[in-house]
Design a protein around this ligand. Structure first.
Ligand code: SF4
Length: 255
């Protein structure tokens, strides 16, 4: 059972409760131009050349579950004390659902709970392999507009069907919405998202403000970063966005 991963990050925050270790998976079926983990877009190893510090590294390798297990168990005591656990992120974790299920079962044997970060654009049968094993999903919802989903390689109908089924199957789903300038932060786009999510019974959303922290990685990969000149959302704009979402949902946001 091999997992295609790029990195394991200890003491990560912002991807679920408590102290967490995040495993980043290689390969994604979407192409969001604002993606802050561009090293995980391709399933193949990615060569990163940091010219300023004269450093080259290759990220991405296929690893046996048994080989990464000791590292994931290192922080077990912190997980138990803080209510944390392991988060699987990417890339798109659900593209490796069969092998991920084996990893999650192993972690569960040690009493470690697992969250999966997903964009949800995979057949529902992939979720069925994991629903009963994991603590929950951090489900990124990008837009309520079918054409805009298509432009980033996704499919709104698939995402909506998956979210609806996850909820009816009793999965713990935290919907997360990245706030992306010129994509989903105008009033009409927000309204579209709110109405679609409300219609399927979502009561709470987490808003993830746009940032450019992935900028250096695009340069190191020799990739064009379409968002490199975009400003961060102003405090006023964020207030306005939160106000609009709050009419529909309980809003969680870290600022
Ligand atoms: S779904 Fe996530 S990992 Fe994939 S391209 Fe979009 S932001 Fe990046």
């Amino acid at each position: 059972m091999l997992l295609n991963i790029s990195n394991i990050q200890h003491f990560s925050t912002g991807d679920g409760e408590g102290i967490r270790t995040t495993v980043f998976f290689k390969g994604c079926n979407l192409r969001c131009p604002w993606c802050h983990n561009p090293e995980n877009l391709s399933a193949a190893p990615s060569v990163m050349r940091y010219k300023a510090i004269d450093k080259t590294e290759t990220l991405g390798k296929k690893v046996e579950i048994e080989d990464i297990l000791p590292e994931l168990l290192e922080d077990k005591d912190f997980f138990l004390q803080s209510g944390g656990g392991v988060t699987l992120s990417g890339g798109e974790v659900m593209l490796q659902a069969d092998d991920v299920a084996v990893l999650v079962k192993k972690l569960n044997e040690y009493g470690i709970s697992v969250l999966i970060d997903t964009a949800g654009c995979v057949p529902y049968k992939e979720f069925e392999k994991l629903n009963s094993l994991i603590q929950g999903y951090l489900f990124d919802f990008k837009t309520g507009n079918a054409q805009n989903y298509k432009e980033i390689g996704g499919d709104l109908e698939t995402v909506m069907q998956n979210l609806t089924r996850l909820i009816s199957d009793g999965a713990n789903v935290q919907v997360r919405i990245p706030l992306i300038p010129d994509f989903n932060t105008d009033e009409g786009s927000i309204l579209e998202i709110c109405e679609r999510l409300k219609a399927i019974g979502i009561g709470e959303v987490e808003l993830l403000p746009f940032h450019r922290l992935g900028s250096a990685k695009y340069e190191a990969l020799g990739l064009d970063y379409q968002y490199k000149n975009y400003e961060l959302l102003s405090e006023d704009k964020l207030d306005e966005i939160i106000k609009q979402y709050s009419k529909y949902f309980k809003v969680i946001i870290e600022r």
